[in-house]
Design a protein around this ligand. Sequence first.
Ligand code: GLN
Length: 239
Amino acid sequence: DNEIYINQNIVLKNKDKTLIEKFLKQKEEGIPLDYILNSSKFYEYEFFVDSRVLIPRPETEIIVDYVNNHFSSPINVLDAGTGSGCIGISIALQNPSYKVYGSDCSEDAVDVAFTNKINLDVKNFSPILANWLSCFNTKCFDLIVSNPPYIAKGDSHLEKLVHEPNIALVSKEDGLFCIKKIVEQSTKALKSGGTLIIEHGYQQQDDVEEIFKKNKFSRVINLKDLQLLPRITIGTLEK
Ligand code: GLN
């Protein structure tokens, strides 16, 4: 609070002093503000976050915008690798007639997603512990969205991301392993004519497009992020 700086006469209670000291220490260690405050803003909502999940990124909101503008009738949606639940929960809150599921292979992440489901009172969102799409029936989703780990091992971007879980960031095969898994498994879990939306690295557009096409996705398009870098690939499963 600014008062503390302006009013030199304020005597801090011990409890507040401890809190401020703890905050400053965490800042000094480089811990991201969202983790310190256990709160992250995504779309119009406030999500609980801690170091067990990735901090939601503004570019990921583009996925939610796209879904809001391109679908209407009640549909079944999967957010694969849901983490905090930010994508799936935002889609669910924006579209109460949709049934949305959020899968994650990390028990910790499912726990956080569940906390957010409760905090934001999201009736039509269910977090599920699962390795990508392995546990779902064939042809059960109209739409699958994902912001998977896509950074290659040893990539220099990781130097700035030391406080976030590695499992949410890094993927084998130059960052493409998880994307391949999701695209391959989506050919079974999606209804024919269903849509797949995946976020990826700005240098992965061509590789991801190729993976989509190899797996019988057509009408493949790419959306740019806020810095106008290619960031999201969308395709339709051929009938
Ligand atoms: N879906 C979550 C997000 O977009 C988590 C993504 C992840 O852990 N890779 O923030």
